[in-house]
Structures are given as structure tokens and as C-alpha cells.
Design a protein around this ligand. Sequence first.
Ligand code: G1P
Length: 290
Amino acid sequence: MLIKPVKKALFPVAGLGTRFLPATKAIPKEMLPIVDKPLIQYAVEEAREAGIEQFIFITGRGKAVMEDHFDHAVELEQVLRDRDKTEDLQTVLDCSPPAGQLAYARQQNPLGLGHAVWCGRNFIGDEPFAVLSADDLILGKPGCLKQMLDIYNQVGGNVVAVEEVPRKHTGRYGILDIETDDGKIAKAKGLVEKPDPAVAPSTLSIIGRYILQPDIFNILGEHKKGVGGEIQLTDAMAAMIGTTDFHGTRFEGRRFDCGGRLGFIEANIAFALSRADLREGVLKIIKDYA
Ligand code: G1P
């Protein structure tokens, strides 16, 4: 089997972020910071660590500030240079992938994750690609996408990151119908988007990291609506099973659902505690409030 390398990644960032209003009234939810870095930057850094060279953002109205974030900030950089703030300058410079590696396409209508991915088809062309959801923040070393690529390089096909969830939560996720499972990698014979706990085929859930074969665009191009009236990525991946292998891989690390308030707060605490410069101070604050 020929396994083509993965050099491009899509970031679906068109969502309205209604769960974070009013914070997201004028700024994209992907720009909300975990400690001192916006969510979207964690996702981009994870992709860069995994060897991704092309970063394609599927954006919407009001998301243009992300383009500025990943661009040079010439005046700011000059001020930091003049003031000999070398460390801050480096932090700012490190935000931007090399010139020409970023592209932005708009998802003009909010028709679902599958539609957002389809909007990136002309940037991807005929090669496998990754999809990263900035909402799913993963504290792991190496990063989750790098771990997934190590597995992808052995099994090929479509690969997603998975984790077990409580049965009562299956209605929030894409769920695997498992054919075989060695405890690390599960091969799926089917997938169901957001099943009711009573009928969910397992509790192994897809989290927002995907490695996909480009054939998926043919299926997404049919614009078939699934659960919630949306064009679901899960349905398109399910339709490929039989012609394209589908594996879910568990990963080392901790995932935070930053699409909701509690997960976002937990991520802030966990990331702050993981930093040598902040750990002691944050522990003291937590103790004071406990
Ligand atoms: C999306 C996918 C779902 C997946 C989830 C992971 O759902 O449709 O299959 O399990 O992301 O975060 P959303 O969270 O956009 O409703």
C-alpha cells in the first residue's frame, strides 16, 4: 500500500462560538487565550510539530483577526526591538509560519463540519491531509497529530484520534462501530454521528483530529445532510469504509473540550500548572480559593 505523506492541514474556524458569548461577540472563539496563547495557535503549533507545511483556514465573517495574528506585526516588532525585549520579540516572531504557507477560504454558509472541510478542497488537491479543530486542545508530548502520523504511516487510509467517553455523552461525538481493537488502535466497520446513548455502537469517540484521504471530497460534494440537518464529516468518512480503511487511535495526553466553559477553564488551569514559570503561583491561588 502506498502511503502518501501528509503536508497540508485544514483548520475549520468559521463557527460562531455562541457558547462563549459575550466574549465572542467581536472576537473569534479561536482567539480566546489559554494562559497567554490563543487556541488556534496551539493547533497550528501542533501541526507544525507534525511536519505540516500548508495551513488552510476555513473562516467566516469576523474572523479576519486570525490572519493578522499569523502575520508579521511590523510596528510591534520594531518597538520590541528598540526596547531590547528580545524574548517578547521572539514570541511574536514565532507566531507566523513561513511566508506562503497560509491560506484562507471562507465557508459562506454554516452547513456543518463536512461542508467546512469541502470548502478547502481546491487547496488540498489530490493528497491526504489533516483536519484540526482548535476547540479540542490536547496537552501531549509529542503533540497528538504527530502521534497520529506515526500510526498513519503504518496503516494508511483515514485515521482519527479517539478516546473513551461516558455513555451518556455519546450524543456529543462521532462514535466508532468497532471491528477490531488492540487497546491502542481500533479499526472501525462503521461510524455514527452523535448517537443516542441507548443505540451508540460503542463509547469510543472521535475527537477533533483527522487524517483523511482526498476521495472524501467526492462524497462531501454530494452535500448530503445528516444529523442536525448538517453535512457531517463523520457520514462521509463512514461512506468510505469498505474502500478506505478507517482507524481510530488513542493518544498519550490529555484533551480539553474548549468549546465549552468548563473545559476552557480546566485547560487554563492545566496549561498554567504545566508551566514552570507559573506553576507555583497558580497552585497558591488555587489553594487560597479551595
Ligand atoms: C464534531 C464532529 C464529531 C466529533 C467532534 C469532536 O462535532 O462532528 O464527530 O466527535 O467534533 O470534537 P462538534 O463538536 O462540531 O459538534
